[in-house]
Design a protein around this ligand. Structure first.
Ligand code: ZN
Ligand code: ZN
Length: 275
């Protein structure tokens, strides 16, 4: 659900009991880790819930789409749930125990196989929702399509971060070196803004003008460092620590990165830093 209370209402939905009942409903398919595989904006659908309700709890109906072999199952528990799958269907049906509020005792309810599979993996969607909710953008009175666009961008960022964490795990990178979501997003933004661009207002070789390197604590992200655009050396007045080897002192700096880097008879940190 993308929270939205604006004027446009063609595809806006109301969902009772949700923290943000008004908004755009989005179908999303995720893995158990919350990585998004596919999504679509909900545009409304037909209802046959009443039919199933008559047949009682545990009743279900299904259709198979022959061309792509997709199975749709609508199952009635205390309300109708519709599930789609390319590999699962209604069979085998097992029994689950549910509390019957009106009769005040436990009852056995039939559960199609697809529902069982869904329950096993549904955590992914909740995980993704919690990630996107945590870093919500706050923009008021936005056009409805911008709301969807921004949400899509956030999804992209969350997905990239989850993928990044997965890669770090595969590469056995120590946990404390793995960026958290905030850091990752900041670095991503820096990369998108600075990669393949040259700094405006190029510092002159004027010795009196120290680069911001004098204060720089962090080097630009690898995407910027390795973009081969505008990384030229300059001399600065004040000697300072090299950001690459961390123990050399130098007056050589990169104009683009605003950091000091050794370039002497023994070390070429300038080269290593940029490759
Ligand atoms: Zn160095
Ligand atoms: Zn540089």
């Amino acid at each position: 659900m993308i929270p939205f209370k604006g004027k446009f209402s063609g595809i806006r939905q109301y969902m009772k009991g949700k923290p943000h009942p008004w908004g755009f409903k989005v179908w999303a398919r995720t893995g158990i880790s919350g990585i998004l595989c596919d999504f679509d904006v909900y545009q409304g659908s037909v209802q046959e819930e009443k039919e199933l309700k008559k047949q009682g709890r545990g009743s279900f109906d299904f259709r198979v789409e022959q061309t792509h072999n997709i199975c749709a199952v609508r199952w009635y528990d205390n309300r109708a749930v519709t599930l789609l799958s390319t590999f699962d269907g209604p069979q085998p049906v097992d029994k689950i125990t549910r509390w019957d509020k009106s009769a005040k005792h436990y009852v056995e309810v039939s559960r199609p196989s697809i529902v069982k599979t869904y329950n096993r993996f549904m955590g992914g969607i909740d995980l993704l929702d919690s990630f996107t909710a945590k870093y919500k953008f706050h923009i008021r009175s936005m056009r409805w399509y911008l709301t969807i666009l921004w949400h899509t961008i956030i999804l992209g960022v969350v997905n990239a971060w989850l993928q990044y964490k997965r890669d770090c795990k595969t590469l056995q990178i120590p946990e404390k070196e793995v960026m958290n979501r905030r850091h990752f997003q900041a670095q991503l933004a820096t990369s998108l803004i600075q990669t393949n661009t040259m700094k405006r207002g190029r510092p002159s070789m004027d010795e009196s003008r120290a680069p911001r390197a004098a204060m720089a604590r962090s080097a630009p992200p690898p995407d910027v460092r390795r973009d081969n655009v505008g990384h030229l050396p300059m001399k600065v007045e004040k000697r300072g620590r090299c950001v690459h080897c961390k123990d050399g002192y130098t007056t050589t700096a990169c104009i683009e990165c605003d950091v000091r880097l050794c370039f002497n008879d023994h070390n070429n940190c300038f080269h290593q830093f940029h490759t």
